[in-house]
Design a protein around this ligand. Structure first.
Ligand code: TYM
Length: 337
């Protein structure tokens, strides 16, 4: 059975960028495919410690992250596996082996590393190396499909390159995930998703941006989120057109509207192209986002800690079984067994 896999770092509350770029696509794929695919949704908690954990309480953030998965509508059937990365030691083991296959040259080219280390006097090695850990997260489970936002595409390509290099060097052990172009198609999209910062739409929406009005968090009160949308930066062109280069602010609103209401982007674009009153577009998006948050938050309130721990128990049993078999195979190939 093929595997669809993704993970979201649980450092703080998720933004709607995390939600719309990765969590919702994963939920939709799971709903469609959970009879005939393994659906692996994990918390990459070893990735969390590459940067400061907001609120200082990683355990609470992990449990909340899993509650988000459930509140977003993950089906909880027998092929759906939810687990914590740190409870499956094979991830760290494989990361080391893949470190000996990855090159400094390719790691130095990672955009996320450049962005996360920019202007810092001292950068921890984890920030440099986490794409290798991520490659291991994917390859341990032979995942072909990895729904992620556009900012993670370079890491998917790295995972593919490491898998192919390893296979060439040591024998066909790893399933190579499909290319990012095919990932996008599998998600039913034309291109990867990048939700923009509401105040500076040339940048990605990120939980680490300090300005509160630049991002919508999943725990924002719906009215607060609506206000943030109403104050989003647009442009002085004065006419709606979907053009991420020339009009990133309004284009971002169109994309959010399409994803939140599960409407094809082209339909949303047709509805709004040429509209001169940006306020009307903002009002509609504000309504859609606040409605979505209302539903999500009501579901979240119903998810108990007990439910989370129950899911983790079976998910982690499954993950260890699968990951250990693959790790064993890898160790054999490189001569460690
Ligand atoms: P992370 O935790 O930074 O982000 C989680 C997911 O959210 C997506 N995302 C966005 N998508 C669209 N627009 C945005 N503004 C936006 N912001 C975030 C990210 O692309 C991601 O899909 N290294 C990963 C986590 C990870 C992982 C993995 C993912 C670890 N191992 C294995 C897939 C498979 C990360 O830091 O994502």
């Amino acid at each position: 059975m093929k595997t669809i896999l993704t993970g979201l770092r649980a450092n703080s509350v998720f933004t709607i960028g995390n939600y719309l770029g990765a969590l919702l696509p994963m939920v939709r794929l799971a709903r469609e495919h959970s009879d005939d695919y393994n659906i692996n949704l994990f918390v990459p908690d070893l990735h969390s410690i590459i940067s400061e954990v907001d609120g200082g309480d990683l355990q609470a953030n992990i449990v909340r992250g899993i509650k988000y998965y459930i509140a977003a509508g993950m089906p909880l059937g027998k092929n759906v596996h939810i687990y914590r990365q740190s409870r499956v030691p094979a991830h760290s083991e494989l990361c080391w082996i893949l470190n000996c296959v990855a090159t400094m040259g390719e790691m130095n080219r990672m955009t996320q590393y450049k962005e996360k280390s920019e202007g810092k006097a001292s950068v921890n090695v984890g920030i440099f190396d986490y794409p290798v850990l991520m490659a291991g997260d994917i390859l341990l489970y032979s995942a072909e499909y990895v729904p992620v936002g556009e900012d993670q595409f370079q890491h998917i390509e790295l995972a593919r390159n490491l898998a192919m290099r390893f296979n060439n060097r040591y024998g066909e052990v790893f399933t190579v995930p499909v290319s990012t172009a095919e990932q996008v198609k599998f998600m039913g999209l034309d291109e990867g998703i990048r939700i923009r910062d509401l105040l500076n739409p040339e940048k990605k929406m990120s939980k680490s941006t300090p300005a509160e009005n630049s991002k919508i968090m999943l725990d924002d009160a719906p009215e607060r989120a609506a206000k943030k949308i109403m104050s989003a930066t647009t442009d002085s062109v004065g006419k709606v057109k979907f053009d991420m280069w020339e009009q990133p602010g309004v284009s971002n609103l169109l994309l959010i509207e399409a994803l939140v209401t599960d409407t094809p982007l082209q339909d949303v674009i047709s509805t709004w192209t040429g509209e001169t009153r940006y306020g009307d577009l903002k009002k509609k998006v504000a309504e859609s986002v606040s409605e979505m948050l209302g539903v999500f938050q009501a579901k979240l309130a119903e998810v108990s800690d007990e439910m989370v721990y129950e899911l983790l128990e079976s998910g982690e049993r499954y993950a260890n079984e699968v990951a250990n078999v693959k790790l064993h195979e890898v160790q054999k190939c490189v001569g460690l067994r």
